[in-house]
Design a protein around this ligand. Sequence first.
Ligand SMILES: [Cu+2]
Length: 233
Amino acid sequence: MKLGAAGGQPAAWLRTVIRGRPVRVLAVTGVGAALIGAGVTSAILARPSARAQPAALRTPQIDLGQVWGRAFAQRAAQHESLTRAEADANQVPAGATVDRAANMIRFHTGNATMTVVANPPNGRDMAFRIAGLENPTIQISRGAQVTIRFVNGDSDSAHGWLLLDPVVQVGSEPHGPRAFPGAYAPILGDPSPAGQPMETIGFRATTDGTYRYECPVPGHAAMGMQGTLDVTG
Ligand SMILES: [Cu+2]
């Protein structure tokens, strides 16, 4: 890079002092500045206008779900066929009643076993399907042992399932600590020739409360992948 022609932008070396250290700053109009000092090599971006900013420096619009879908493909412990995943997504769990008008599932037994399918075909995008409902409210008795067969029914995006308590809103995203030990299905990637990735998890719902389940892939809860799980005595 020649002085005065940094990427076609006017440039000049400046001398200044940062935190007591003399440094040389290569100032490049409309792009940023590179700092070179004693033991310091770092880059600071100035605030060029969007028009002047080269495309490579603009904030990329990355869909982490798709990136992680590819990264986590082939890593699931279990798989099932897409046909089976679609059937599972609509299956009413044993020991439960479904109120479709209220979008609610109520378990009446001490063992609550259900299949949760993320983004199955022929359903609403960015939603969990359980017993034919999208993101239903799930009611469970205190002390119940909960078993969840979590299936990623998507063709090209990673998804997970996480139960939170309490819910803390960070920007547009709900977050918080895990509600109960084990109440987390790991992020599963894209399907493989073996089928849709699947993981079975279990936890005991020991404490009354209203908890929120969500997909932990950044942005997905805000796009709709969330619902409520109530534990009552
Ligand atoms: Cu997701």
